[in-house]
Design a protein around this ligand. Structure first.
Ligand code: HEC
Ligand code: HEC
Ligand code: HEC
Ligand code: HEC
Ligand code: HEC
Ligand code: HEC
Ligand code: HEC
Length: 403
């Protein structure tokens, strides 16, 4: 299965004016409406036209390499590494370092969940291969696939996924080809099992028995979304920083660090995604969390609505919500999430952002729930089993009917 086989909406929106309270924006898209209003409206984007053009040209979000992402920010600078941010932003640093963003890529040999599962062996009933995981020679993890006389091995070097949902290692088979391991560690099982989608492949030989073959482009894509910067020549992270760290979202920071240390003006030295209006930020996060369609791309919007699988892509689902479409671009990812923190640490406070609009006082346009005054997301953003072993919250916020 193509892990990111999301509906691929096309990008048709061309208006970039910023909505204001006095000049309401586009005729809003209403999912309930049978015939969506005529196109020609504009999205609520806070990005300059030139940046939007860059997004469009790149199909931003489909490969999400650091080069693409670099177009979001404007500062020119070298990278400093996250460690350099620690001195002055200690609290954010401590939170972010422990977050799943930062842990979404690690060296396979350094992942406790994998280490605790070794050695592991299972017969793949689909292919007849016996798959085994064992400690590798250089501190890594070794995967082997054997059937009769046939046998292949791969050194699994990198582990993708923090472990909140799953951890899938990738590595090179003996001939040097990249493979995605046919075995993944799943949080919901607390154990290793077959990688979701693996059973759709019927391996013809022992190398294919190890897992899905990855082209170098696919490898670059995996790293593109799971680390700060990807180095093509090294086929790995550009620095010794593995997961998604500060400069992935804030852009290169050396100039900011130097200016701060030198007591010089900081303006324009670092990018603050908090300054992006709703849709622009949803797009930025959507480089990895699903490219959102423009509001006049009705085909793409309709496709999202009828594709349950798209629940995996919050940046796409959220633009279907009335909360987003009728709140003058105020709803961004950071309305509810601290991007430096995990949702498990925010869960207790996740009613607050809803009530900020729906307490019946703060806003004239925010209705009050007749059913409950707590635990909003349990009914309005229910968790769905999108993949065999993992649940995702539906970011299309709405009154969800019975299944
Ligand atoms: C020597 C101290 C220092 C270092 C090192 C430093 N910063 Fe800052 N940073 C500051 C100060 C001072 C401000 C302005 C006051 C504030 O917002 O805290 C600031 C502001 C920011 C802002 C908000 C900018 C805005 O326009 O609102 C971001 C984002 C930021 N820093 C990110 C980083 C990142 C990422 C790094 C590492 C690459 C880093 N900083 C390293 C001192 C530092
Ligand atoms: C470079 C790609 C990338 C970008 C950009 C990105 N994310 Fe993520 N995000 C990920 C990956 C990968 C994970 C899964 C981490 C894991 O558990 O392995 C994730 C996980 C998360 C989670 C769940 C954390 C948890 O509790 O497990 C939240 C919430 C989140 N991202 C929000 C955001 C927001 C908000 C933005 C924009 C400000 C953003 N992300 C930008 C790649 C990205
Ligand atoms: C377009 C960006 C993107 C690409 C490309 C990408 N990932 Fe991810 N990945 C994410 C995000 C975002 C998450 C967290 C949300 C989710 O699970 O969908 C994630 C989650 C994961 C997880 C944890 C959840 C799970 O599936 O068990 C694993 C493992 C993973 N990715 C592996 C990979 C591998 C291996 C590749 C390359 C074959 C890859 N990813 C390519 C963005 C990406
Ligand atoms: C996944 C993307 C992402 C990563 C990774 C990330 N940030 Fe941020 N950061 C943001 C966003 C989005 C905001 C705006 C938050 C808001 O407005 O609520 C922000 C705001 C900030 C601010 C200014 C606002 C504040 O709360 O003081 C600082 C400083 C900052 N980040 C530093 C860092 C540092 C240091 C790191 C690495 C340890 C880091 N960030 C990693 C997305 C990210
Ligand atoms: C930025 C403000 C804002 C935030 C934050 C917000 N909403 Fe809304 N929401 C609105 C507006 C505006 C509407 C449309 C008018 C109305 O029905 O109140 C709406 C509509 C709704 C509806 C009716 C949807 C429909 O299809 O008829 C529900 C249910 C809802 N919101 C729940 C929530 C929940 C739950 C949260 C938190 C997870 C939330 N909202 C966060 C502004 C917001
Ligand atoms: C109106 C509030 C709200 C907004 C806005 C919002 N989220 Fe969430 N998000 C939630 C809630 C609630 C959860 C579930 C928390 C829990 O598990 O208790 C969640 C969970 C997540 C997760 C964890 C995986 C999952 O699906 O459960 C990711 C990743 C995520 N959000 C990304 C994003 C991104 C990216 C954006 C911007 C496009 C965004 N969210 C906007 C409320 C919000
Ligand atoms: C137990 C499930 C449940 C919980 C928890 C819940 N809601 Fe609702 N909510 C509903 C149902 C069902 C409706 C539709 C009621 C109707 O149409 O009579 C609704 C309707 C709404 C509406 C639309 C009201 C209108 O007049 O259009 C909003 C807004 C809303 N809820 C927000 C919230 C917020 C905010 C929270 C958390 C403070 C919340 N809900 C918690 C079930 C729930």
């Amino acid at each position: 299965m193509d892990r990111f086989a999301a509906p691929r909406p096309t990008r048709t929106g061309d208006c970039v004016s910023r909505p204001t309270k006095t000049r309401p924006n586009c005729p809003e898209y209403r999912s309930q409406s049978a015939s969506p209003r005529a196109a020609g409206g504009c999205w609520r984007t806070g990005l300059a036209p030139v940046l939007l053009a860059a997004f469009a040209a790149l199909g931003y979000g489909q490969t999400a390499s650091l080069d693409d992402a670099a177009r979001v920010w404007t500062q020119e600078s070298e990278y400093s590494g996250a460690q350099a941010c620690r001195t002055c932003h200690l609290e954010i640093y401590a939170r972010q370092e422990a977050s799943n963003h930062a842990r979404s890529l690690r060296q396979a040999g350094q992942v406790p969940e994998l280490a605790a599962s070794l050695p592991f062996s299972v017969v793949d009933r689909v292919s007849g291969f016996t798959l085994s995981l064992a400690a590798g020679s250089r501190g890594g993890v070794q995967l082997s696939a054997a059937r009769g006389e046939e046998a292949s091995r791969a050194d699994l070097t990198w582990a993708f996924g923090s472990g909140t949902k799953g951890i899938t290692p990738i590595g090179r088979a003996e001939g040097g080809a990249w493979v995605e391991s046919r075995l993944t560690w799943y949080e919901s099982l607390g154990a290793v099992s077959f990688t979701t989608g693996a059973s759709q492949y019927d391996p013809k030989n022992s190398v294919e028995g190890l897992g899905r073959a990855l082209t170098s482009e696919q490898v670059a894509e995996c790293f593109g979304c799971h680390t700060t910067g990807y180095d093509k020549r090294a086929s790995g992270p550009a620095s010794d920083e593995a997961g998604i760290r500060c400069e992935r979202c804030h852009g290169p920071g050396q100039r900011h660090v130097d200016a701060a240390l030198g007591g010089r003006a900081l303006e324009g030295t670092i990018f603050d995604p908090g300054g992006l209006a709703g849709f622009a930020q949803i797009q930025m996060c959507g480089a990895c969390h699903g490219t959102p369609p423009q509001d006049n791309d009705f085909d793409a919007l309709a496709l999202l609505e009828r594709t349950p699988h798209s629940v995996r892509f919050p940046s796409q689902r959220i633009v279907l919500s009335r909360c987003f479409n009728e709140s003058f671009a105020e709803l961004a990812c950071t309305t509810c999430h601290d991007p430096h923190l995990d949702v498990a640490d925010e869960a207790a406070n996740l009613d607050e952002p809803c009530l900020a609009c729906h307490d019946g006082q703060t806003r004239a346009d925010g209705a009050v729930c007749p059913a409950s005054s707590t635990d909003c997301s349990s009914c309005h953003m229910p968790k769905r089993r999108v993949m065999r072993h993992s649940m995702f919250s539906d970011h299309w916020i709405r009154v969800v009917g019975p299944d």
